[in-house]
Design a binder for this molecule. Sequence first.
Ligand SMILES: CC(C)(COP(=O)(O)OP(=O)(O)OC[C@H]1O[C@@H](n2cnc3c(N)ncnc32)[C@H](O)[C@@H]1OP(=O)(O)O)[C@@H](O)C(=O)NCCC(=O)NCCS
Length: 177
Amino acid sequence: MTESAFPPFVRDAGEADIPAIRALADRTWRACYPGIISHEQIDYMLARMYAPEKIAAEMLRHEAVYLLVSPANSPGGEPAGFAAFGPGEEPGAVLLHKLYIDPAHQRRGLGRHLLAEIETRARARAAERIVLRVNRHNRHAIAAYLRAGFRVDRDDRADIGGGFAMDDHIMIKAIGG
Ligand SMILES: CC(C)(COP(=O)(O)OP(=O)(O)OC[C@H]1O[C@@H](n2cnc3c(N)ncnc32)[C@H](O)[C@@H]1OP(=O)(O)O)[C@@H](O)C(=O)NCCC(=O)NCCS
């Protein structure tokens, strides 16, 4: 963590931020996911999950709230990371859909700060737990979630089409109600 990076600046993203979200996702996935999933799966999932119209629809229908984080020393500059969360499948759950910090800004506490912000928002929704999926081989992200108080609940392998599957841990953090 660098002093200039704290406290980070977080804001809700809107449709105008979709290009910045897509650029961050592209950079982070291509830097961090080789070795965890294949390049073909990276291309396939980026195209499916980050199509501009898909993100816009998620925002419009309130399926996901996108948050952008910037280091304290450049609050108005390019965001350094983003997260997305929304209602979970079961009542009482908030689902963390996405958490990505630009490789140039990782390990400075920005991911932890976004997780804390999502926990605050989840409590405001009277949620009892936050649920997420993380690839079983993504050890840095798993370390970050464990550090934030999540625990591995179970494993799940989900077919996502195109001959690809997600081989994930389901992690949960109980936050009361
Ligand atoms: C995982 C990720 C979101 C963490 O965000 P970050 O800002 O880099 O992490 P933070 O600086 O907030 O670290 C919080 C804690 O996570 C753990 N952690 C984070 N990066 C780590 C790494 N590379 N190695 C080991 N532990 C790590 C540490 O316990 C750390 O606490 P500490 O610094 O006090 O030891 C970020 O590295 C990232 O975007 N990774 C690539 C994309 C990804 O895997 N996203 C998750 C998808 S499910």
